[in-house]
Design a binder for this molecule. Structure first.
Ligand code: ADP
Ligand code: ZN
Length: 628
């Protein structure tokens, strides 16, 4: 932990896992994205390799990631390699030679490669010599067809247990539900494995969900308010539903002077790859993307994830927002949503070719997300509750930081529901939200008059409210299953089962006072999530900028993302400490022995550009340098 990775403390169950697997036990590890799964197999691999037990095989489906992960291990002084289709046959042969010699501590391989007869024979030869230390199966949910990411190759991994029964195996995933978990145990033959289930909380992520108005302007304001630092803006991901919108939003962000790129499945593979590389390698780039982007992005310093359209369900929302702040530093998950999102998602479910029972499941999941979006209490309590975890109000979501004002909208809800009912009764057909709200507000539009809806008893009974209040209430009623949007019939509104209790006065409806009428920031009640740099002294900030420039250069030379060289937090700690000699660098987070040796002196030179030359080497100050 300390020598190789430069970390002071284990996180959550890491230590228990490392001890269990290090001692040869099997493990099933469920940990949220950013929880620190890699160390759970990397440390046992290092420990067991040092004890003469050979190589750990890491199975991962994410070929794109292997290069950077192996790069990070090499930077930390751990001998590692990968085998995948990106290698030439010479390169692959070289890796195999090193593997057989027992030189490698970790080998990353894709599942389809692992289960070839040729590779199994290699493993067999290692096994017979006692040189197979561990199998770590990452993204283990890929074995389950219930998951979103089924990969048939994963099923072949059961053979590992049959062929190499003595080798400890661990399966790791960030997908938690019980069905997937049971599938992993069953298909990977992990009946004996100990289960390590972490809390799924990501305390450093601040959840914010706002009502969609002019969403692009809202997004720009959010980025300007919360993610602009002295050295430009943070790295972030903006998710949109459609390819066209991705292109559009990326162009608009760029036009607003932000460093933004599009990413979606409609771009050719080379462009996608280039944009992904730039996102990983550049400082502060904003990726505007469909959900095609993100799987296997383990960039630790993504400071915000923004949703301009609502995801399908809480699982998706949590997975996507989970890509923010993997380094544990403050990060934002921000979403703008509106009635149209609800309608669109409903329609997609209604129009999908799936079986009815399955559609019902999908609708239930969508409703849970709607309820989260409409919630007036702690978002985190609801999120964790959805995953079966109980918790206390978090103090780090929009609702905790600025409790929304609510009003009793039970009476208004009844008006809205009876209006939907009356309209349908009078005309024998249902109408959409805009029309129903016009009737409530007493607006005698041409359409209203044409259908004689200005003669309904509900005409004008809701004149005290504006359009946006009614829409907000309508979303709430949809969320609680009182109203149903019929996607197959022009998004018309119909009463649903949940309407009954509201109409009978058996259930109260509370409504968030629309944000437009609520003061946006009352005497700083809204705490800004300032870019971490802003808290540094001016001198430290300058040092940090110099360190970042230096890091970018090293990263380019090594063909690795900057964070593989040093995390932001490490550079910040260096800038704060202003080290004068190597000893001053000892114990800084993320600075293991190997990195201290490799980069210590260079870092000192960056921090002390003039003096360091003499101090480090006992030379007099450089006479050619006018500053000295
Ligand atoms: P996961 O695979 O679970 O999403 P990672 O293994 O990529 O998470 O770890 C996320 C980040 O947290 C990485 O940048 C890693 O270096 C860092 N990290 C992991 N464990 C610790 C720890 N004990 N102390 C400090 N940082 C850690
Ligand atoms: Zn909260």
């Amino acid at each position: 932990m300390r020598d190789v990775f430069g970390y002071e403390r284990f996180r959550g169950p890491q230590q228990a896992i490392v001890e269990h697997v290090g001692a040869g036990g099997d493990a099933l590890v469920l940990m949220p994205t950013g929880g620190g799964k890699s160390l759970c197999y990397q440390i046992p691999a290092i420990v067991r390799h040092r004890a003469g037990r050979g190589v750990a095989i890491v199975v991962s489906p994410l070929i794109a990631l292997m290069h950077d992960q192996v790069g990070a291990l090499l930077e930390a002084g751990v001998s590692a390699a990968f085998l995948n289709s990106s290698l030439s046959s010479d390169e692959a042969a070289d890796v195999e030679r090193r593997l057989l010699r027992g030189d490698l501590t970790l080998l990353y391989a894709a599942p389809e490669r692992l289960t070839t007869p040729r590779f199994m024979a290699l493993l067999q030869s290692l096994y017979e010599r006692g040189l197979l230390s561990l199998f770590a199966i990452d993204e283990a949910h890929c074995v389950s067809q219930w998951g979103h990411d089924f990969r048939p190759e994963y099923r072949g991994l059961a053979a590992l247990h049959e062929r190499f029964p003595e080798v400890p195996r661990m399966a790791l995933t960030a997908t938690a539900d019980a069905l997937t978990r049971a599938d992993i145990v069953h298909h990977l033959r992990l009946e004996e494995a100990e289960h390590f289930v972490s809390s799924f909380d990501r305390p450093n992520i601040r959840y914010q969900i706002v009502e969609k108005k002019d969403s692009l302007q809202q997004l720009l304001r959010f980025i300007r308010d919360e993610h602009m630092g002295p050295n430009g803006h943070d790295a972030g991901v903006v998710y949109c539903q459609s390819r066209r919108k991705v292109e559009d939003v990326a162009a608009q962000l760029a036009a607003a002077g932000l460093n933004a790129l599009p990413y979606h499945a409609g771009l050719d593979a080379a462009t996608r790859q280039r944009h992904q590389d730039r996102f990983l390698r550049e400082e502060g780039l904003i990726m505007v993307a469909t959900i095609a982007f993100g799987m296997g992005i383990d960039k630790p310093d993504v400071r915000f994830v923004a949703h301009l359209d609502m995801p399908k369900n809480i699982e998706g929302y949590y997975q996507e927002t989970g890509r923010a702040g993997r380094d544990g530093e403050p990060a934002n998950a921000w979403m703008a949503y509106g009635l149209q999102d609800v309608v669109n998602q409903r329609r997609m479910i209604d129009e999908s070719p799936a079986a009815d029972a399955f559609k019902q499941v999908l609708r239930g999941k969508l409703d849970a997300l709607l309820a989260l979006a409409e919630a007036t209490d702690c978002r985190r309590v609801r999120l964790l509750g959805y995953f079966g975890e109980s918790s206390q109000p978090c103090g780090n979501c929009d609702n905790c930081l600025q409790p929304p004002q609510t009003l009793d909208a039970t009476e208004a809800a009844r008006k809205l529901l009876s209006c939907i009912y009356r309209v349908q009764q009078a005309s024998g057909t249902a109408f959409g939200a805009g029309h129903v709200i016009d009737i409530l507000r007493g607006k005698a539009t041409a359409k209203v008059q044409q259908h004689g809806h200005d003669r309904l008893s509900t005409f004008g009974i809701g004149a005290q409210w504006g359009e946006s209040e009614w829409r907000s209430l309508l979303r709430q009623l949809i969320a609680r299953g009182a109203v149903w949007v019929d996607g197959e019939h022009f998004n018309t509104l119909r009463l649903a089962e949940g309407a009954r209790e509201v109409l009978r006065g058996e259930a109260a409806v509370r409504l968030r006072v629309p944000t437009a009428s609520a003061p946006r920031s009352r005497s700083g009640a809204r705490q800004r999530l300032v870019a971490a740099e802003a808290t540094l002294t001016l001198a430290a900030r300058e040092t940090l900028a110099a360190l970042k420039a230096w890091r970018a250069e090293v990263a380019r030379e090594h063909n690795l993302p900057a964070y593989v060289i040093f995390h932001d937090a490490t550079l910040r700690a260096i800038a704060e400490r202003q080290p004068q000699r190597l000893a001053d660098l000892q114990g800084l987070p993320g600075l293991g022995q190997k990195k201290l040796e490799a980069y210590g002196e260079a870092v000192l030179r960056v921090v002390n550009p003039v003096r360091s030359v003499g101090r480090l080497h006992g030379l007099p100050p450089n006479p050619h340098n006018p500053v000295s």
